[in-house]
Design a protein around this ligand. Structure first.
Ligand SMILES: [Cu+2]
Length: 201
């Protein structure tokens, strides 16, 4: 890596390269003071491929891959509550997941409590239209060299929409327990596989 700007020498009067300690802690402070960025509708508002390393990872991880005929977007978000359509309307729920099919949801109140909402959106590669997909999803912890450090965990895939956002918000996945670390997440969309390496905090 090339250092720029910081170590411009003054001849005969050596200056230390790099920002001062005070500047560093100021930088850390301003990072810590950044407001939490809410993400609506399961990350639909985040540009594909956007990552926020070193920042509040609760704000989400988004990663996109093209595989076969599909563009697959993976999101790691905070856990979400699930509702049936009847539940949601009876209780006037404005935020959360509307279950439209698939496996049994893992509720935020389940034990052990899930700490992430691991989901995929599936789009047509060319038109970027949402596709109706049969999705499988699993994750496996890996070390820095990519070697697996634990078993692969299959995620029971719920088909859901973000409440209030309609069918265009359809996505697949569930609440999961994922400790901090690096994972290989394997997704299949109608039999087409993609593996994402992501860092979860
Ligand atoms: Cu969701």
């Amino acid at each position: 890596m090339r250092k720029t700007g910081l170590a411009v020498g003054v001849r005969g009067k050596r200056r230390k390269a790099g920002p001062s300690l005070a500047a560093l802690s100021l930088a850390a402070l301003s990072l810590a003071a950044l407001p939490f960025v809410p993400i609506s509708a399961c990350g639909m508002d985040m540009p594909p491929g956007m990552k926020m390393p070193g920042m509040n990872m609760q704000a989400g991880v988004t990663s996109t891959q093209v595989a076969g005929n599909y563009r697959i977007e993976l999101n790691v978000l905070p856990p979400e509550p699930f509702y049936t359509a009847a539940d949601a309307s009876a209780r006037h729920v404005k935020q959360g997941m509307l279950v439209t099919g698939g496996a049994t949801p893992v509720e935020p109140t389940d034990s052990p409590p899930p700490n992430h909402h691991l989901i995929v959106h599936a789009f047509d590669r060319g038109s970027h239209a949402l596709v109706d997909a049969r999705v499988t999803l699993s994750f496996r912890p890996v070390d820095a060299t990519g070697r697996p450090t634990g078993d692969s965990v299959a995620v029971p895939v719920v088909v859901m929409q973000a409440i209030g956002s309609g069918p265009s918000s359809t996505h697949y996945g569930n609440n999961v327990v994922m400790g901090p670390g690096v994972y290989d997440v394997t997704v299949t969309v109608n039999g087409t596989a993609a593996t994402f390496r992501i860092k979860v905090s």
